[in-house]
Design a protein around this ligand. Structure first.
Ligand code: NIG
Ligand code: FE
Length: 387
């Protein structure tokens, strides 16, 4: 596989103007060894070929790692977005309209849409991404979602416990029985992770624990959607179960922050959600000052956050969440990798995957300084140019 020839002193940010910058004629060369990934296969043709890339004074950074997306879906919820901009609050129940559209779609429709999102991610510098199920909510539809997701990424998450589907509205515990039984059995072979939406209007902490423990017993890693719409037990449950990540973390009390600080659970913040629900942003500064590992992810989904842009998330995190540029870029690269318990991505160092982004800018500061401007000049995944 391809890897950077030299390790920058700021391993997460290679900035052409700084001490950790790549030389204009930085070489990317074959190192031969595997990277010990948690996921997909490395490419290694064992040739001695060296590709010389002239960055011409522009910044190079690791490919972004988006540890939270929901990309297997059909339908459109732009009307719901417009209603929110006119003053309506976001509610978990909107998920059910995407469930109906997704169930009605063919495999090929879902596959084509997913392929479009993969291109969209790469064009914006994301070289590793997680994809969740959660818009099927039957055994067959959830199995289909994780199977299609597995065609595009090894980081697949079974989220059968996204919301209680309408047909189980009168008996949510019967739906949990289905999730921990036949649905998990059908989905686990395609998945690396299990997730649950632990929130008022979705699943209680007790139901969430059942789902996560069943997944862990089946060999899946644990992740949690928690504390998005209000305070609750999601963060503490995630820490108790040594989840790789608890995502959203918008409404935290001091005990939540202390629990995260004393754990190896990453707090993954999703600024696209508050951007498109017009809720207050999570307080990244409070978490960082307490010593919590923070990741940034897109949460790309048709309801609460229909953006796949980590540059946008970085810009918002710097402007409105108290993060420095370096912290935000780290959170969208190495932080995302930590949230996926990966060490082979999100960093530029010998032996890591050559997943690299070249910016049409002299420093990574421009990601926040020039919001909305397409600054991605080149993207390499496993050493191969992809955009
Ligand atoms: O992460 N919070 C739960 N699930 C998604 C929203 C999904 C939807 O609204 O369709 C989220 O924000
Ligand atoms: Fe989500």
């Amino acid at each position: 596989m391809l890897a950077a020839a030299t390790a920058p002193t700021r391993p997460h940010v290679a900035d052409s103007g700084g001490s950790g910058g790549l030389d204009t004629h930085q070489k990317w060369q074959h190192t031969g060894g595997g990277a010990g990934s948690g996921g997909g296969a490395a490419t290694d043709d064992s040739s001695e070929a060296i590709t010389v890339v002239d960055a011409a004074g522009r910044a190079v950074l690791p490919g972004f790692v988006d540890s939270h997306t929901h990309l297997v879906f059909a339908g459109d919820r732009s009307a719901e977005f417009e209603a929110r901009m006119a003053g309506r609050r976001y509610e978990a129940g909107g998920i059910r309209s995407t469930v109906a559209a997704t169930r009605a779609a063919s495999d090929d429709e879902l596959r084509a849409r997913l392929a479009g999102f993969v291109d969209e991610l790469l064009a914006q510098g994301t070289t590793t991404f997680e994809v969740k199920s959660g818009y099927g909510l039957t055994v067959a539809d959830e199995e289909r979602a994780v199977r299609l997701a597995r065609e595009v990424t090894p980081e697949v998450t079974f989220l059968g416990a996204h919301v209680v589907p309408a047909e189980y509205a009168e008996d949510p515990d019967a739906y949990v029985d289905l999730v921990v039984g036949p649905m998990l059995e059908a989905c686990a072979p395609h998945a690396r992770w299990i997730d649950v939406f632990c929130e008022t209007g979705a699943f209680t902490p007790e139901q969430s624990r059942r789902v996560l423990e069943a997944g862990a017993a089946r060999g899946l890693g644990v992740r949690v959607h928690g504390n998005q719409l209000g305070p609750g037990g999601g963060v503490r449950l995630a820490v108790a179960l040594d989840a790789a990540s608890v995502d959203h973390c918008t409404h935290l009390d001091d005990a939540d922050v202390a629990a995260l600080a004393g754990s190896s659970t990453v707090a993954t913040l999703l600024p696209g959600v508050e951007f498109s629900t017009r809720e207050p942003y999570p307080d990244a500064r409070r978490l960082l000052d307490a010593g919590v590992t923070v990741a940034l992810a897109s949460d790309c989904n048709p309801g609460s956050s229909f953006t796949s842009s980590l540059p946008l998330c970085i810009a918002v995190a710097v402007r409105d969440m108290g993060m420095t540029v370096d912290e935000a870029v780290w959170a969208a690269t190495a932080g995302g990798a930590a949230a996926l318990r990966r060490t082979d991505v999100g960093v530029i160092r010998p032996g890591a995957r050559a997943d690299l982004v070249l910016l049409d800018a002299p420093s990574v500061t421009h990601l926040a300084y020039r919001p909305g401007v397409p600054l991605i000049a080149g993207v390499w995944k496993d050493g191969t140019r992809r955009a």
